[in-house]
Design a protein around this ligand. Structure first.
Ligand code: FAD
Length: 294
């Protein structure tokens, strides 16, 4: 039996592990993909201590800093059994007195015609790490936030042409990124538009927009944000706000012994620095809770 089970090994979970270790807690950390969404960042230039670093390299640094082995298993269910929590993975069952939920988000689907059909055949939710395959291609990125802007900048370095498609007439991403986008000659902004249909014969060849325009493209990246991975939390009866887990300033949920951190919480800024900070606060909260229950 563990005092604390940390679910998720992105920046929130890994930072929680560092603090759990400092507090001398008997804890485990479970995460399918150690490093989490940090792997997706092309060039991370907003994390203190690193002026500019590739996402996968920063993820490697985070994993190397993990104080104990990360259990790389997929969590299948989480429930409460009397005073303990039970976490089932595809391999084992783990029991703990407290939980930190740090499972991040998964990509949001747009729901246009043939989106599913061409998934992996010209439609993707993330840009690839290796950009060689995009060399000389015509691409599209859909979205208006930081991740879409970063994705467009990332692929523009290799692609012949990039259409950046956004349903509104202005981006909600950071002004510094928008300036970089505008300076790129091979990025065309396609505003007030969204995909209505994907076309192709086995592989994607074009996207039809709701404006009637049809763009011939080799690949489209849908960077339209995510939905929190709360599908495993049903049995815990944690309170949600618009599907994000509600937490107080100690990262505590309404369910005793259950803490949450990072992208799946209702805190508004979804970044590496905030995820790491919330993980630290959550572990501190769990430590205080365990001391109180003796
Ligand atoms: C394309 C892109 C670019 C970005 N660029 C930046 C940037 O430049 N700067 C910045 O600050 N932020 C950036 N972000 C945001 C940043 O990556 C996230 O805010 C941050 O990673 C959130 O951390 P987290 O620990 O909450 O979740 P995540 O990093 O998503 O980690 C979630 C963890 O939970 C695990 N998990 C999920 N479900 C299960 C399951 N069922 N079983 C077991 N494990 C599971 C995952 O494997 C992972 O280990 C970017 C995000 C994206 C998508």
């Amino acid at each position: 039996m563990h005092q604390l089970i940390i679910l998720g090994a992105g920046p929130a979970g890994l930072s929680a592990a560092i603090y759990a270790k400092r507090y001398g807690l008997k804890y485990i950390i479970i995460g399918k993909l150690p490093g989490g969404a940090v792997h997706e960042g092309h060039k991370v230039d907003n994390y203190l201590g690193f002026k500019s670093i590739k996402g996968p390299d920063l993820a490697k640094e985070f994993i190397a800093h993990a104080p104990d082995k990360i259990i790389e298993e997929e969590v299948k269910s989480i429930c409460r059994q009397d005073k303990l929590f039970e976490v089932k993975t595809e391999k084992s069952v783990y029991q703990g007195q407290t939980l930190i939920l740090a499972l991040g988000m998964k990509s949001r689907k747009l729901g246009f015609k043939n989106e599913e059909k061409f998934l992996g055949k010209g439609i993707a939710y993330y840009t690839p790490t290796d950009l060689v395959e995009l060399k000389g291609k015509t691409l599209a990125v859909v979205g208006g936030g930081d991740s879409a802007l970063c994705a467009a900048l990332k692929v523009a370095g290799s692609a012949k042409r990039v259409y950046l498609i956004h349903r509104r007439n202005e981006f909600r991403g950071a002004p510094a990124l928008i300036d970089q986008i505008k300076a790129k000659k091979n990025i065309e902004l396609v505003l007030s538009a969204q995909p209505e249909e994907a076309k192709g014969d086995g592989k994607l060849t074009s996207i039809v927009l709701n404006t009637g325009r049809e763009l011939e493209i080799d690949q489209v990246f849908l960077e339209v944000g995510g939905v929190p991975n709360v599908y495993l939390c049903g049995e815990l009866s944690v309170e949600m706000d618009n599907n994000f887990i509600k937490v107080d300033k100690r990262q505590q949920t309404n369910a005793p012994g259950v803490f949450a951190a990072g992208d799946m919480t209702d805190n508004p800024l979804k970044q590496i620095v905030t995820a790491a900070a919330e993980g630290a606060v959550a572990a501190t909260g769990a430590y205080g809770y365990l001391k109180n229950i003796g």
